[in-house]
Design a protein around this ligand. Structure first.
Ligand code: MG
Length: 160
């Protein structure tokens, strides 16, 4: 078994849709990025890649590559799962925390778990999503951006 950790931040701006955990969430602002800027999925991707020692999301999907411009991050997550399987690993579980002052995240968590489980081709029970505000402190609290943390456990498909 191996463990990995992921962290990501994206800036909040007006005029962008908000995607979190593979779900579009109604809000007055959205996250800025080369892809759909789904900060939660990006942290999960980095946790999975880290667990398998396969580099990071920026290495696999460079933001200089037009192929990834505006891309649905669920596609990136699915590709990360492909890379994991190719390296001989399967998912144990992931646990992640989204830091956002607004909007309220809790009502969207079931849909986010479902969307991510579909992209990862795993049971929803393998995906834990939590959310917190930062009590109006820092860039998250001032609604300048959102951040996310994730840990992933993976296991070798066959013992080496
Ligand atoms: Mg990112």
């Amino acid at each position: 078994m191996r463990v990995g950790f992921g962290y990501d931040v994206h800036q909040l701006v007006e005029g962008r849709k908000l995607f979190l955990g593979g779900v579009e969430i109604p809000h007055t602002m959205g996250l800025l990025g080369h892809s759909d800027a789904d900060v939660l999925i990006h942290a999960v991707c980095d946790a999975l890649l880290g667990a398998a020692n396969l580099g990071d999301i920026g290495h696999l999907f460079p933001d200089t590559d037009d192929a990834y411009k505006g891309i649905d991050s669920k596609i990136l997550l699915s590709k990360v799962m492909d890379a994991l399987a190719e390296a001989g690993y399967r998912l144990g579980n992931i646990d992640c925390t989204l830091c956002a002052q607004q909007p309220k995240i809790a009502p969207h968590i079931p849909a986010m778990r479902k969307a991510m489980a579909e992209a990862m081709r795993c049971d929803e029970n393998a995906i834990s999503i939590k959310a917190t505000t930062t009590e109006h402190l820092g860039f998250v609290g001032k609604e300048e951006g959102m951040s996310a943390y994730a840990v992933a456990l993976i296991e070798a498909i066959a013992p080496c």
